[in-house]
Design a protein around this ligand. Structure first.
Ligand SMILES: Cc1cc2nc3c(=O)[nH]c(=O)nc-3n(C[C@H](O)[C@H](O)[C@H](O)COP(=O)(O)O)c2cc1C
Length: 371
């Protein structure tokens, strides 16, 4: 494989690199909370309607959101989608997200662990969290560029070092281009992912970061053994816009970004694209080849629509961050829990009114229309 980096010989980031890294992570948080980077592709969830069951034939208290994700029993199909890590505020933000995820018993997918890869001797914020919060159910995260360029063994250490129950690889071609780097290294991606899948002790998940994964691509990923595809479609946080807003106004990327405002496939379109594939699976295959939905989920009703369209889990990024960080200040764990409660309540209410007792019942009856 070309471009392989041996961690031992990797150029250690100097102070200037680290300062730039810190600034970039800070900018990401600030810009993700700026309305200019949100819902640029519109709200496709409004195209999908759910079919209420006027006589639901069950009591509200009977509805359960409990499910199994990556072999773990969790209280809800909702999960905390990968966000920030590896910088000065990383420990504080991720500790609060970890506490909230334990209190709610949700999966917690952490932000990119790239810093651990380039600084393996450092104990990272996420490693500290894994040590401190024994009950937390963590999922690792690393970028496709790193998977291609670094040694497989070093990538696998990332999930081992935090006792993760899964390993997410994020594919973020558009975001990387808008960072104005010298090159974006994405050649040999399938080969690298296939090798990780072969050697990983935990399930491998591939996600986008808000521009979607088509049915054709999802099937190619399942064919090489990827267990979960999180479509992470457009309709929520726009990572091209976030990176472009960080660039000089006269740069090519800053000038180009408006033309990419509605780039990608929305989460709804990704799930619609996957319908014939999902309908061809029997129940056991559905567990092995899971589709998760994230990107633009802004209410528990959106979550219900994603589950109705065949997703088995639903991820939230910006909506949780927005509740945790207000007016530039990191708030309390209760603020995150309150937002999580709201999403769960709205999903549970939707399920009750659809006459669905359990998450698994979404796949037994078609409860949506629209296109
Ligand atoms: C501040 C912030 C940092 C993020 N960092 C990562 C990351 O490190 N790795 C990753 O896979 N996705 C990352 N994401 C992308 C999210 O996981 C998600 O795919 C995207 O924001 C779309 O979801 P949303 O509309 O709910 O925000 C980040 C999102 C936010 C808001």
């Amino acid at each position: 494989m070309s471009n392989l980096v041996d961690v031992k010989h990797y150029k250690k980031p100097d102070l200037e690199d680290l300062n730039l890294f810190e600034q970039r992570k800070k900018d990401h948080i600030r810009l993700a909370l700026d309305a200019k980077t949100q819902r640029l592709a519109g709200d496709d969830f409004s195209r999908i309607k759910l079919v209420p069951q006027a006589l639901p034939e069950l009591n509200f208290s009977e509805v359960s959101l409990e499910t199994k994700l990556l072999g773990q029993k969790v209280s809800s199909p909702h999960f905390i989608s990968s966000m920030t890590a590896g910088h000065k505020q990383g420990f504080e933000i991720n500790s609060l997200l970890a506490e909230a995820s334990i209190s709610k018993d949700w999966l917690f997918c952490v932000g990119s662990q790239k810093r651990s890869l380039i600084n393996p001797e450092e104990i990272s914020d996420i490693q500290q969290i894994a040590k401190k919060y024994k009950k937390v159910k963590l999922v690792s995260n690393i970028g496709l560029e790193e998977v291609i360029q670094f040694k497989i063994a070093d990538i696998l250490k990332l999930s081992n070092s935090i006792n993760a129950v899964g390993l997410i690889i994020h594919a973020n071609a558009l975001q990387e281009v808008f960072q104005n780097k010298k090159d974006v290294v994405m050649k040999n991606g399938f080969k690298a992912v296939a090798e990780i899948v072969k050697k990983s002790d935990v399930p491998v998940i591939v996600k986008e970061v808000g521009f979607g994964i088509s049915s054709e691509m999802a099937q190619k990923l399942f064919d090489i053994g990827v267990q979960v595809v999180d479509v992470a479609g457009s309709g929520g946080t726009h990572w091209g816009m976030i990176e472009a807003l960080r660039q000089d106004k006269k740069s090519l990327s800053a000038r180009a970004i408006d033309h990419f405002a509605d780039w990608g496939m929305s989460t709804v379109d990704c799930l619609l694209d996957l319908q014939s594939y999902l309908n061809s699976l029997d129940d056991s295959e559905k567990i092995d080849s899971s589709v998760w939905a994230s990107g633009g989920i802004r209410s528990g009703v959106d979550s219900a629509k994603a589950l109705a369209l065949g997703a088995s889990a639903v991820g939230l990024a910006q909506p949780l961050l927005k509740n945790l960080i207000r007016k530039n200040k990191i708030g309390s764990v209760d603020q995150v829990i309150q937002a999580m409660d709201q999403f769960d309540f709205e999903l549970k209410t939707s399920m009750f009114c659809l006459g669905l007792k359990n998450v698994s019942e979404f796949s037994q009856r078609k409860v949506w229309y629209g296109r």
